[in-house]
Design a protein around this ligand. Structure first.
Ligand code: PLP
Length: 462
């Protein structure tokens, strides 16, 4: 019998949690249940998710940044449908794909001096490729990366990860990877001084923590890299494709990397894809002879659906002026949040660019709350943020996340198509939950319960 997907989704609605628990990640199921995030979403459109009861949620997670053009964008769907019905000669492998050529042409047109593109299937794969390209292009092995960096979870990418939470239990890592503090020019200078570093990889705004560099940092990093003939790799997997109000976040500081890594939003929210955009010489050092024409690659890279999704995404970005819109609305949202929480002792900083915004929290002034806050943060750094995120979702139907492990920062990463009314939605909802946190009440009781649950879980663990 032919698969009736729609019928099956209907007849087995509600079984997602039990199936996931049985056959996939039960710990994730536990986490979602504990924090009340186990919502049965049934539809996604634009910046919104809808649950089975038809309630609308504002998604400020956007699939970790995948849904820049919004969910179910009709232009992306139309492009994918065209590919599916055209019976194109997909993945011939020993051929050249016109769709890949078109997407590469449109990507390099947005990045002066970068002429070549290597396509892959994900962000981490783009990072893996970048490590190989830089080693083979420079003949050096050392790669420098930043504290708190996140470049993905495959082995090469994990070797450049600046958080122990992700690394614990997985050693040994790739050799010759050197960590430096983010935003620290002298430390980078020391790391590059030996003239033996292949590449310095950085996120223009770090995803974990939404850490924005000081104004001169990236320009200084570029100068140092040029001086020591080290390649400058911008991981724009999260910050790229308009997220910060420019096509690349590097543009805010007029930095021109030797390699730019893209993924996430390029997918149009549908088809995994990654891209390494680089200078011609770097590419040609890897693919330098006919017998090395396939020395690096991946079976599904350049597949027609991914290329079409990328083309459609770029087209939506231009047609809807999403980059300009993001710059404008993002600035307004950041300014509004700063105004709203100026003088609020819990909110230490509102930072970010475009639609990549972080709110950092700290102990409140009120004596009794200070003790409760300290208890939460002692049990687990970032737990206080989770206490805000729970009512934000349940009461205000806004989905958001803590910006990274062990940090009291909430991250807002909406789709770039959010509207004016959504800005008010965000502002009012945050004001309500933060306002509640200033009262000793049910929110803190819930926090104490989570702390005790976590302690029990730890005691039970081997
Ligand atoms: C800056 C950055 N680089 C790399 C990655 C890894 O991408 P992927 O999850 O597609 O492997 C991520 C994912 O969150 C990211 O934010």
């Amino acid at each position: 019998m032919a698969l009736d997907l729609a019928g099956e989704l209907e007849s087995r609605r509600g079984e997602g949690v039990s199936l996931f628990d049985r056959h996939l990640n039960s710990q994730l199921v536990q986490v979602l249940k504990t924090i009340g995030f186990d919502i049965d979403y049934v539809r996604g459109e634009g910046p919104y998710l809808y649950d089975a009861a038809g309630l609308r949620y504002l998604d400020l997670l956007s699939g970790f940044g995948v849904f820049a053009v919004g969910r179910s964008h009709p232009t992306v769907i139309a492009a994918l449908e065209q590919v599916l019905t055209a019976h194109l000669p997909n993945l011939v492998q020993l051929d050249v794909s016109l769709l890949a050529g078109l997407l590469a042409e449109r990507l390099v047109a947005r990045m002066p001096d970068l002429e070549k593109v290597f396509f892959c299937n994900s962000g981490a794969e783009a990072v893996e490729a970048a490590i190989k390209f830089s080693r083979t292009a420079t003949g050096r092995s050392r790669v420098v990366y930043c504290d708190h960096a996140f470049h993905g979870l495959t082995y090469g990418a994990l070797s450049l990860n600046g958080d122990e939470v992700f690394r614990k239990g997985f050693a040994p890592f790739l050799g010759d990877c050197v960590r430096v503090p983010f935003n620290d020019v002298p430390a980078l200078e020391r790391a590059l001084a030996g003239g033996d570093v292949a590449a310095f990889i950085f996120e223009p705004i770090q995803g974990k923590g939404v850490n924005v560099p000081d104004n001169g940092y990236l320009a200084a990093a570029q100068d140092l890299c040029r001086k020591h003939r080290t390649l400058l790799i911008a991981d724009e997997i999260q910050t790229g494709i308009g997220r910060t109000g420019r096509f690349l976040a590097c543009e805010h500081w007029a930095v021109e990397p030797d390699m730019v890594l893209l993924a996430k939003a390029l997918s149009g929210g549908f088809v995994p894809v990654g891209a390494v955009v680089m200078r011609r010489e770097i590419f040609n050092r890897m693919f330098d002879r006919m017998d090395r024409a396939v020395v690096h690659g991946s079976t599904f890279a350049r597949n027609d659906l991914a290329m079409a999704a990328g083309l459609a995404t770029l087209s939506v970005l231009d047609d809807e002026r999403l980059i300009e819109r993001t710059a404008e609305l993002g600035e307004r949202l950041i300014a509004a949040l700063r105004r709203r929480f100026a003088g609020d002792s819990l909110v230490r900083e509102v930072r970010g660019k475009g639609m990549m915004i972080g709110l950092e929290f700290g102990p409140p002034d009120e004596i009794r709350l200070k003790a409760a806050y300290a208890l939460m943060e002692k049990a687990s750094r970032g737990l206080f943020c989770q206490l805000l995120l729970m009512p934000l979702l349940r009461r205000h139907r806004i989905l958001a996340q803590v910006a990274g492990p062990n940090m009291p920062v909430i991250k807002l990463l909406p789709s770039l198509v959010i509207g004016e009314a959504d800005l008010t939605w965000i502002e009012d909802a945050l004001a309500d939950v933060i306002g509640e946190a200033h009262k000793l009440g049910s929110m803190w009781d819930l926090g104490r319960m989570l702390v005790s649950q976590a302690a029990k879980a730890r005691a039970g663990a081997i």
